[in-house]
Design a protein around this ligand. Structure first.
Ligand code: ADP
Ligand code: MG
Length: 246
């Protein structure tokens, strides 16, 4: 991989991401908001982590910092033993481009491009992408490859966004409320796709959700409360999305 910062002593051998004493403060003085307080987290290679917590508990802030979209106020973040904190802007951009796939609540597809063209936007600029059609097959959208986003349902559009995120074969798939704009049944299908990518490609996945029912799909469930890690649970048996009750 491309170095992203100073090499340091790596944490636990199979950690892909780790944070130490991570804090994030927005603003200053009387209006300062402490979004993250002393967050220590190890994410293992290939893990499926569900991140839960009330609105405002710091989930998006943490995910954005893990993905190199934002910087902490203090503390450390390491990706495969290399520091993101202290890395140059250029190195962080490279980290995001090469190693991180993002999926957000809104799909941000380009309306004037077809499904296949939306995915090709990413594969065209990636180092070792999968073929566009392979990415579309992983999200079961090959039959819609020549359609435009406006011709697809919300769930289908989100699956295009997932195909776009994984087409560059990222190490990390970071999803911020990917089902937030979808009904339960559709959201379940989208989560099933994320779970399949995690198990078939081995992509480490961190998924933020409001829905505790999804937690049964995870290897670990990390709950944030008021900017801190309130609990980390290991579900007894990892459920498939189809087994979840909604
Ligand atoms: P969550 O994703 O769990 O809803 P966030 O990480 O978005 O929480 O926000 C955590 C806290 O930080 C909230 O109190 C939020 O209002 C605050 N916050 C988030 N982003 C900003 C920002 N850009 N400027 C100021 N405060 C922010
Ligand atoms: Mg959020």
């Amino acid at each position: 991989m491309t170095p992203v910062g100073d090499r340091r002593t790596a944490g636990p051998a199979n950690s892909v991401l780790l944070t130490r004493a991570l804090t994030k403060t927005y603003g200053s003085g009387e209006t300062a908001v402490q979004a993250l307080k002393d967050v220590d987290l190890d994410v293992r290679q290939g893990e499926f982590i569900v991140l839960l917590g009330a609105s405002g508990s710091g989930k998006s802030t943490l995910l954005n910092i893990l993905g190199g979209l934002d910087l902490p106020s203090s503390g450390e973040v390491e990706f495969l033993g290399e520091r993101l904190t202290g890395a140059s802007d250029e190195a962080l951009t490279r980290y995001r481009r090469e190693h991180v796939g993002f999926v957000f609540q809104f799909y941000n597809l380009i309306p004037s491009l077809t499904v296949a063209e939306n995915v090709a936007l990413v594969t065209d600029i990636s180092l070792d992408p999968m073929p566009v059609d392979e990415a579309l097959a992983l999200v079961a959208l090959m039959p819609r490859r020549n359609h435009f986003p406006s011709q697809l349902s919300g769930g289908e559009q989100q699956r295009v966004a997932i195909a776009r995120a994984i087409a560059k074969r990222p190490q990390l798939l970071l999803c911020d409320e990917p089902t937030g704009a979808l009904d339960y049944a559709t959201g379940k299908l989208v989560l099933e796709v994320i779970a399949r990518i995690n198990s078939e490609l081995g992509t480490t996945a961190i998924v933020i959700t409001h829905n505790a029912a999804i937690a049964g799909m995870a290897d670990r469930v990390v709950r944030l409360a008021d900017g801190r890690v309130a609990s980390i649970e290991v579900p007894q048996r990892r459920l498939t999305p189809a087994e979840l009750s909604w």
